[in-house]
Design a protein around this ligand. Sequence first.
Ligand SMILES: NC(=O)c1ccc[n+]([C@@H]2O[C@H](COP(=O)([O-])OP(=O)(O)OC[C@H]3O[C@@H](n4cnc5c(N)ncnc54)[C@H](OP(=O)(O)O)[C@@H]3O)[C@@H](O)[C@H]2O)c1
Length: 221
Amino acid sequence: MKIGVLGTGMVGQAIAGRLVEAGHTVMIGSRTSNNTRAAAWVESTGPKATQGTFADTARFGVLIFNCTSGVVSLDALKMAGETDLNGKILIDLANPLDSSGGLPVLAFCNTDSLAERIQKAFPTVRVVKTLNTMNVKVMINPQLLPGHHTVFMSGNDPDAKSVAARILGDLGWKQESIIDLGDITTARGTEMLLPIWLRLAGALGHTKFNFHIVVGESSKQ
Ligand SMILES: NC(=O)c1ccc[n+]([C@@H]2O[C@H](COP(=O)([O-])OP(=O)(O)OC[C@H]3O[C@@H](n4cnc5c(N)ncnc54)[C@H](OP(=O)(O)O)[C@@H]3O)[C@@H](O)[C@H]2O)c1
């Protein structure tokens, strides 16, 4: 599949690289067409990798990943352009973290989420929020951790969530590890895991961990 990855940071590069390894053709997108991080990634990845602007990348991809800084993701998506995003699946893994003063804090939460803001700004885009609750090394290589652990998913479109689940499979995720939380408003819950995620990273002293939801028998019957 032709996939556009918006974002040239470590997450964009890691996701894009893993997707190429899984057989996809990937363009990585930036504010500029000649971003040097993207150029180095293309050079080291080979013929299935290209770079472009956010707009080039939205045009290229049948499916799009949002790997931009969460507090400016709406700006990046506006640069990508509504026309080229319309109707497409957008996998949003960004967190709206404000890192301007010490430990990052969510720029907004409780009654709102980045995923909802994206869905509201681009009503025909099929937004799926997933992968935002773990470190990038775990995202692209869940086998890094022993046993079962969880990846959450939120979105309004069931078909888009099925496609996103297949893409998670390409990244190495077992289908039974996915918990579909429901519509896009449920992304409030996963974005609000970031404060505890950050404190776990502090307490454990590293980022090689993930959430694992243990589910018992339902008592409703
Ligand atoms: N690090 C992790 O393990 C992890 C885990 C879960 C989720 N995430 C999320 O993944 C996302 C990417 O993280 P990252 O550390 O790889 O990169 P980042 O530094 O958060 O974002 C880099 C991207 O944001 C774009 N950007 C920066 N300022 C912009 C602006 N004013 N307007 C438009 N675009 C702008 C950059 O564009 P240029 O290419 O033009 O520079 C670049 O492509 C974040 O939302 C983060 O919360 C990260």
